[in-house]
Write a protein that binds this ligand. Structure first.
Ligand code: ZN
Length: 171
């Protein structure tokens, strides 16, 4: 008869202040690819620091290395709702810098609350339509995630508030 010994090495679960590395694919509700870590280092982040959208952090909590999950995250748990009033029409002449203004370009604009990034969504004659919504505002996010690694954060990482090494910050 064999004796089974319980492993002393308990699989580390995702929790606050763990450094987590994930491979992910992000699609919208229609299946259009929005982002992916394919061909890159897995994304490394400190769990519980707001590095990821809240909806995805929630789904990852308690998972361990090798786990795979699919998560559908509503805009409220992701980049928020889409606000029509954040779309502004401004004259082309207000733009500084070289080159043409083209649809899809991202430009920095000054707002009441400081600098912000806007997306050019339309160019009609001398006017430009600027959308100050986050590009993923109002979008339901469909994630396919694989947990590649879970480890304790170093004190330096906790001090900096981000993960170091491949897929994280350089310093
Ligand atoms: Zn650092």
């Amino acid at each position: 008869m064999c004796t089974l010994y319980a492993s002393k090495h308990v699989l580390m679960k995702i929790d606050d202040n763990k450094v987590v590395s994930i491979h992910y694919t992000l699609k919208d509700a229609d299946g259009n690819l929005l982002d992916s870590s394919d061909g890159r280092d897995p994304l490394a982040f400190i769990h519980g620091t707001g590095a990821l959208i809240p909806g995805l952090e929630k789904e990852l909590a308690g998972k361990g290395k090798g786990d795979a999950l699919q998560a559908v995250v509503s805009p409220d748990d992701a980049y928020g709702p889409y606000f029509d009033e954040l779309v502004h029409t401004v004259p082309k002449s207000g733009f500084q810098g070289e080159g043409d203004i083209e649809v899809g370009m991202q430009v920095q604009v000054e707002t009441n609350t400081g600098p912000s990034i806007a997306t050019v969504t339309e160019v009609v004659e001398e006017n430009v339509k600027l959308d100050l919504n986050h590009p993923l505002a109002g979008v339901e996010l469909h994630f396919d995630v694989e947990v590649v690694e879970v480890r304790d954060a170093t004190s330096e990482e906790l001090e900096h508030g981000h993960a170091h090494g491949p897929g994280g910050h350089e310093h």
